[in-house]
Design a protein around this ligand. Structure first.
Ligand SMILES: Cc1cc2nc3c(=O)[nH]c(=O)nc-3n(C[C@H](O)[C@H](O)[C@H](O)COP(=O)(O)OP(=O)(O)OC[C@H]3O[C@@H](n4cnc5c(N)ncnc54)[C@H](O)[C@@H]3O)c2cc1C
Length: 364
């Protein structure tokens, strides 16, 4: 096992995620050790469902870390532990830190190289093309966006979406759920609510023509399925560490208003892994990272704690769920709309160009 000591007095240590490039903008001289779950690339998550129906879309949404991380030190390995002064990785690095940011989001095992991730999209796409019928399990934003992508690009396929809740998109208001249900029905997606699928029940494991059983005793025939039932917070690895008593019952890291892990002066947490009461969104994760970066700058320059910025979640955040290439459903503070207007904001490019630009990359 290769073991490399971190510098004696590092300037800081940033742990993975969507957000490092925002910190970089604020720290011209920061030497950051960024680690990412062994992946050699960053993926724009909200482009992943489009890439399933159109693999070439991933050309711009799968980005090698070296392409945007220009003033940091990158260690590609899984972080396995944290002590009060260093971070330990699966491949034996011990990275000392003065300040630390935890941004491990949600647990999502994906291929570790960009090439393999791309290949995965090609394989999924072939499966969709070869199938007559597809089952989608889960009616949250991922299940809904995927059902819509398939229904729009492959209108001849039979798509069934099963959700165990009483309405789709339960993280936003009932109006958005109703409009989305109507939209999917118009696209011939069969939606079954208040049912779960017994995933151990489908008998044909070699692909094609499977039978699935639901909790209501219904059977669904489909060639294959996508499981879109949500992912646990990426905090399991923290359970045996220095921060273990800072994890709440849902596996989220407890943070204070300055986005520091509660009780720790020099450890921040941002993004989906935090216990902030708001919908888990990349938009919010980016805001967190700006606050954390500002606060790091104050602390690292010896500034007074009273100067620390506070993060305040928006009481009614803007949420847009894309519905294929042109439409979307949007919940704004005073209204909920569906169709081309919100679609114009999100659905054509899924913010890929915008995100690339923010990362200092060519949007095209
Ligand atoms: C399909 C889909 C569509 C979405 N659409 C939108 C949208 O339209 N708008 C919006 O605002 N948000 C959207 N989101 C949500 C958004 O993607 C997340 O809120 C955002 O990615 C959270 O960022 P993060 O940096 O906290 O975590 P993540 O993006 O989950 O990144 C965490 C990273 O940490 C790595 N990691 C985890 N554990 C370790 C470890 N022990 N060691 C090293 N690395 C580790 C992971 O591999 C991962 O790369 C969508 C999400 C999905 C899945």
């Amino acid at each position: 096992m290769r073991r490399v000591r971190g510098r004696a007095r590092p300037q800081g240590s940033i742990v993975c995620g969507l957000t490092l490039h925002f910190c970089q903008r604020l720290f011209t001289r920061l030497e950051a050790a960024q680690t990412d779950h062994r992946k050699d690339y960053f993926e724009i998550p909200w482009a992943s469902l489009r890439a399933t129906v159109e693999p070439l879309f991933a050309e711009r949404s799968l980005i090698h870390h070296k392409d945007y991380l220009v003033n940091g030190r990158l260690i590609v390995s899984k972080v396995t532990s944290i002590t009060h002064k260093e971070v330990l990785t699966a491949d034996g690095h011990q990275v000392a830190y003065d300040y630390l940011v935890v941004a491990t989001g949600h647990y999502d095992p994906v291929p570790v190289t960009r090439a393999d991730r791309f290949e995965e999209y090609l394989i999924e796409n072939k499966k969709i093309k070869a199938a007559d019928s597809i089952l989608i399990v889960g009616g949250g934003p991922t299940g809904v966006e995927l059902a819509a992508e398939i229904a729009v690009d492959f209108p001849q396929k039979k798509v069934t979406l099963v959700h165990d809740g009483s309405r789709l998109l339960e993280f936003i208001g009932p109006k958005a759920s109703d409009k989305t249900l109507e939209w999917l029905k118009n696209k011939n997606v069969e939606v079954k609510l208040m049912q779960s699928v017994d995933m151990s029940s489908n008998t044909n494991t070699s692909g094609g023509n499977r039978t699935y059983f639901t909790s209501s005793g219904e059977t669904i025939k489909a060639d294959f399925h996508f499981l879109c039932t949500g992912k646990p917070p990426g905090s399991e690895w923290l359970r045996e560490t220095y921060l273990k008593d800072r994890i709440d019952n849902f596996g989220r890291l407890k943070v204070d208003e300055n986005l520091r892990v509660k009780g720790h002066r020099n450890i921040f947490a941002v993004g989906d892994v935090t216990d902030i009461k708001e919908p888990k969104q990349g938009y919010a994760a980016q805001k967190h990272s700006l606050v954390a970066a500002k606060n790091l700058k104050v602390l690292m320059s010896g500034g007074n704690e009273s100067k620390l910025a506070k993060y305040e979640p928006r009481s009614s955040p803007k949420i847009i769920v894309s519905l294929g290439r042109q439409d979307a459903v949007a919940q704004f503070p005073f209204t909920t709309i569906i169709g081309l207007v919100p679609g114009m904001i999100k659905s054509k490019d899924l913010y890929v160009g915008k995100t690339r630009k923010k990362m200092g990359l060519n949007p095209k």
